[in-house]
Design a protein around this ligand. Structure first.
Ligand code: ASP
Length: 330
């Protein structure tokens, strides 16, 4: 039987009703009592480094989870991380950059309902995650949720209540789990070597445009952050009117040596800044990066990783456009 390390971090799956609402407080040993079937699937050891609502997860927690995986990597065949669903997509993307080309599967899962409730997705999500983590063809960082396997850089929470909470954005599912069997749709033997990183620069911020917005906010952002992601309109539109000052302020922001990425606020199909004049004029500045069909979760965490790796603008660009765990297609 394979050896699996379970890393419990909190979330609804481990929550109970308290005076002020649901709080993660079911201890790990009790949690595992709800899924006794796991003993027939693998040899499991479990750790619980934190017990958080994932609303409170921060980049330091991502580094800590990556470190736990690294220090146990040789001892185990796969890893299952129990995590709150609200920011799971950020953690999965961050881990995809911190632990690249892992030949062993690293699976994130959670639940919309606590594991101790009669009607819950928690038990099946945990069991299916373990099944996937034990599969010989599984590798790299993924989500397993509601019977679907999603690449770690492609997941997004799209429903707040239903069990089918996650979508694989602009990319097919890697696999599905039916009747306790894994059916693979995409299997990739990694071409690049297994590599771990331990630095992130979290001075990254997102600016979502609304009509009429003025770009002088970029002065403030340039003082406090190293990178800004602008969520523009449609396939690629940033206002180019004189009074909104985007061209001027973006140039000043870049002249400070900062990093600027343009993406779209449309949920599907990504950007192409070359289509409209309101995009192309920005595309002409080679310092501006375009996110194409990356998820916002992947863009933010990839920038944190890139900025943690290098200050060199040319190298930053190369790393940003390098495809990692299916994150970007241009
Ligand atoms: N607020 C919870 C969390 O993200 C929601 C969940 O786990 O589903 O920790």
């Amino acid at each position: 039987m394979k050896k699996i390390l379970l890393i419990a971090t909190g979330g609804t799956i481990a929550s109970r009703k308290a005076e002020n609402g649901l709080v993660p407080e079911i201890p790990m040993d009790q949690l595992l009592n709800y899924v006794p079937q796991i003993q027939n699937l693998c040899h499991m050891e479990a750790i619980q480094p934190v017990n958080l609502d994932s609303t409170n997860m921060q980049p330091t927690h991502w580094l800590m989870i990556a470190e736990k995986i690294r220090e146990n990597y040789e001892k185990f065949d796969g890893f299952v991380i129990l995590h709150g669903t609200d920011t799971m997509a950020y953690t999965a993307a961050a881990l995809s950059y911190l632990i690249q080309n892992s030949p062993k599967p690293i699976v994130l899962t959670g639940a919309q309902k606590p594991i101790d409730q009669d009607i819950t997705d928690a038990r099946s999500n945990v069991i299916q995650s373990v099944i996937y983590a034990c599969d010989d063809s599984a590798s790299n960082v993924n989500f397993v949720f509601n019977g679907e396997v999603i690449a770690g850089t492609r997941g997004r929470k799209i429903r707040t209540k239903s069990f089918n909470a996650f979508s694989s954005v602009d990319f097919p599912h890697l696999a599905v789990i039916r009747e306790n069997r894994v059916i693979h749709y995409i299997c990739r033997k990694e071409r690049d070597p297994f590599t771990c990183y331990d630095r992130l620069n979290d001075k990254v911020v997102v600016l979502k445009l609304i009509p009429g917005m003025k770009a002088d906010i970029l002065d403030y952002l340039g003082e406090h952050y190293d990178a800004v992601i602008i969520e523009g309109f449609g396939i690629g539109g940033i206002p180019n009117t004189q009074e909104q000052m985007f061209r001027q302020k973006i140039t000043e922001f870049l002249d400070r040596g900062k990093v600027l990425v343009i993406t779209t606020q449309v949920p599907l199909e990504g950007s192409d800044l070359s289509v409209y004049e309101v995009g192309r004029v920005f595309k002409e500045d080679e310092r501006i990066l375009e996110a194409y069909n990356m998820t916002l979760e992947a863009i933010t965490t990839k920038l944190m990783w890139v900025l943690g790796c290098t200050d060199d603008r040319k190298r930053q660009k190369e790393l940003f456009y390098k495809e990692i765990n299916f994150d970007i297609y241009r």
